[in-house]
Design a protein around this ligand. Structure first.
Ligand code: SF4
Length: 331
């Protein structure tokens, strides 16, 4: 394993064109206005160290899943670079991209939707092996059986179908599929959000055990403050596609200084079972509209301590070593 970072991301920006009624589109074109865009990620930079768990925390719409999909090559970024073990992740060389896809795998949120119900578990697990061919075909059966046992399932699961398993078991199968190619980096995108609390704990424990046992690096994406704090070494807080704070997970509750992070922490107190998590729960402030993005700090429409200078993009300030905040008020 490399001594340097496993993943380096620099200045990642991703925009999506916004739908518009035809008449407005025509009017904008006539007036020479550029088509409107949604900036899902704005100048995002971070690293993931060897064997590190990096938590990415934010509400839905903050850009967390877009970030995962850009890294997995499902979306093309408008700007920025990323390096996996020092190699360009966004290279145009299809062979190198193919190689990257093997070394970086993802576990999705929905254990029901991410497994094709028409395919047996054998076919589901054999698919990545058939694409990447990490070993001779004669070895696949043993590899799949050992993989299932590693995630706590019996080998006879190979002949069964996803519908025969519970949500937690399906997520174990998804994890097995992600690990069967022996990646160096695993991205877990809301991987326990769809599960009951007791099953969540089992899957988290499994992920942590596998991460330690295999020496993996992990990007753990979640809206859940408690879960991220439990599993992560370091946390990035994402708001409207901007990293507003990064700090060690152990300092999250006591030392977080950014107004948005403090809102997230405060809102966690209001978290109710079966209700969507929101940083605006119990708050007198209105939840901000997703568009248009204001000039300067994206938080200024609701921030209680906003100042005139917040109309300009805030600087990133180092509060302590390892703790950075993007705010004009600093730490
Ligand atoms: S830069 Fe200004 S608006 Fe943004 S979080 Fe800091 S104080 Fe609030």
């Amino acid at each position: 394993m490399t001594a340097g970072p496993v993943l380096v991301v620099e200045g990642l920006t991703k925009r999506f064109p916004l739908e518009q009624p035809p008449l407005r589109r025509l009017r904008d074109w006539w007036r020479g206005r550029p088509p409107p865009v949604l900036t899902a990620l704005q100048d995002v930079s971070f690293t993931v160290g060897a064997r590190e768990t990096l938590g990415i925390l934010g509400e839905s719409g903050s850009g967390k899943s877009t970030l995962a999909r850009v890294l997995m090559g499902l979306y093309q970024p408008e700007a920025g670079r990323a390096f996996l073990l020092g190699e360009d992740l966004f290279t145009n060389d299809p062979k190198v991209r193919h190689h990257h896809r093997r070394r970086m795998q993802m576990v999705f949120q929905d254990p029901f939707g991410s497994l094709d119900p028409r395919m047996s578990i054998r076919r589901i697990l054999a698919e990545p092996l058939a694409i990447h061919r990490p070993c001779p075909e004669a070895e696949w059966e043993g590899l799949m059986g050992r993989g299932l046992e590693e995630v706590g399932l019996d080998r006879d699961a190979l002949d069964r179908y996803p519908a025969e398993f519970s949500g937690g078991q399906r997520q174990r199968i998804s994890i097995c599929r992600a690990l069967i190619l022996d990646p160096v980096l695993l991205i877990a995108d809301e991987a326990v959000s769809a599960l009951d609390v007791s099953v969540q704990a089992q899957i988290l424990e499994l992920l942590m055990r596998l991460k330690e046992g295999r020496g993996l690096s992990l990007i753990f994406i979640s809206h859940d403050v408690a879960v991220v704090r439990q599993v992560a070494d370091r946390v990035l807080v994402l708001y409207k596609g901007v990293i507003v704070e990064s700090l060690p997970a152990s300092c999250l509750l006591e030392d977080a200084t950014h107004p948005y992070t403090q809102r997230l922490l405060g809102a966690a107190l209001y978290l109710r079972e079966n209700r969507e998590f929101s940083a605006w729960e119990g708050s007198a402030s209105q939840k901000p509209r997703s568009e248009p993005r204001p000039e300067g700090c994206p938080c200024q429409s609701w921030c209680d301590v906003a100042e005139a200078r917040c109309g300009q993009p805030p600087p990133e300030v180092e509060v302590h070593p390892g703790h950075r905040v993007r705010c004009w008020r600093g730490g």
